[in-house]
Design a protein around this ligand. Structure first.
Ligand code: TRP
Ligand code: SF4
Length: 373
């Protein structure tokens, strides 16, 4: 059954076997995390489940050395709970002292989707930036930039685009094809630019040589493999190799691999109203419940295949004991899906009510983020 799943940057489907991905991709399971990581649900529950070269980041944290956390976003569709997974990690590392670089992949999106740069910019601000600010990300420690407009400082901008271009000497067509399958000029361009996103913080024009952590969903690993190879072979500057962590996917309401923006009824957006959340969960959330109430009371439900339970696990039941209780009550038939869904609706709406207020207030702070000099 677990045989038929697909995880690529362009497609995530099926019943994902994460242990198998660890082997196939040649990454390491997370291990021996210090206490401050254990306090965070995403690490404690192994949602961030694997890494490459993460030891370097842990020693930087331990020795109070500078490090960069770098990530990028595709400005398409609405910001939903799936995106919050990464945003919470960003916040976590910022609090640990990381300097943040966040690339809006508007050039990548321009090639892949049929939108103008102006429209993409609008989505990036309205959907991503406002939610980042509302979640507590500090603009002073965050270099938020657009791929299409790296910096008003020509020295910096030149260095960034020069690196992307120079990287092309260090990968072959066959390597690109092996990693990306169906190849196009747009994909190659995006790959080179993304490698520069990941490495350019270490250039002398920016923060200089230092560890860089790129936390991503496991589907993004092909990009990292290519970037690492190019960074390794590049002779113009000696880089510290990238560190990366990989998180598993929050499924869509209807199940399946990953919460995706393409089906409005399959995700909870940060801007959804309380009524919409209620309808989406009650109508569409796939549970591990039985066909009848009697049967469920007798045999119990199955939290392992339940999206409602997953949402509690990822975000909405942060106290381990409460989660365990819920699991037990489900399995023994003491908790029925209707009530359980009601609990989730309540938790999500409580969170969203506050979040949406903060998001409104964030509108006055957009400017603080939009100075890439
Ligand atoms: N390709 C990424 C995506 O599809 C976006 C991205 C661009 C990115 N540059 C990056 C991600 C640098 C991580 C690091 O979402
Ligand atoms: Fe899922 Fe809750 Fe139903 Fe159990 S009771 S199957 S956790 S919705």
């Amino acid at each position: 059954m677990a045989e038929d799943f697909i995880v690529t940057p362009w497609e995530v489907t099926g019943d994902i076997d994460y242990a198998k991905l660890i082997k196939e991709f040649g990454i390491q399971p997370m291990a021996d995390l210090p206490a401050e990581f254990q306090k965070n649900v995403l690490f404690r529950r192994n949602i961030v489940f694997a890494h490459r070269d993460f030891g370097r980041i842990m020693s930087a944290i331990k020795n109070k050395k500078k490090f960069v956390m770098m990530t990028g976003l595709m400005p398409s569709g609405k910001f939903h709970l799936g995106h919050m997974l990464l945003a919470q990690q960003m916040l976590f590392y910022q609090k640990l002292g990381a300097k943040m670089y966040v690339a809006v992949a508007d050039l990548e999106a321009y090639n892949a989707r049929n939108k103008s740069l102006a429209e993409l910019r609008e989505v990036a601000i309205d959907q991503y930036l406002l939610n980042y600010i509302a979640l507590g990300i500090d603009p002073k420690k965050c270099d938020f930039y657009f791929q299409s407009e790296r910096s008003t400082d020509a020295k910096k901008a030149n260095a960034y685009y020069r690196l992307a271009s120079n990287f092309s000497r260090h990968a072959t067509f066959n390597e690109f094809r092996a990693v990306y399958g169906d190849l196009s000029p747009g994909k190659m361009d995006a790959s080179l630019l993304q490698a520069s996103d990941m490495f350019h913080a270490q250039l002398p024009e920016f923060d200089g040589k230092m560890p860089v952590l790129v936390p991503v969903g496991i589907d993004q690993d092909p990009h990292l493999r290519i970037a690492r190879d190019m960074g390794n072979r590049y002779k113009g500057h000696e880089f510290v190799q990238l560190s990366s962590t990989y998180h598993s996917f929050l499924p869509g309401l209807k199940g399946g691999g990953k919460m995706s923006s393409s089906d409005e009824m399959s995700y909870i957006a940060m801007t959804d109203t309380a009524d919409v959340v209620k309808t989406k969960i009650n109508k569409y959330a796939l549970t591990g419940g039985r066909d009848t109430v009697e049967e469920q009371k007798k045999k119990g439900g199955n939290p392992d295949v339940c999206t409602v339970y997953k949402y509690f696990y990822y975000f909405f039941e942060p106290i381990d004991k409460d989660l365990k209780d819920r699991c037990k009550k489900c399995k023994t038939g003491k908790l029925l899906c209707g009530e359980c869904k009601g609990d989730l609706v309540k938790s999500i709406n409580k969170f969203l009510k506050k979040h949406q207020e903060k998001r409104e207030n964030a509108k006055t702070r957009i400017k603080e983020f939009l100075v890439s000099d």
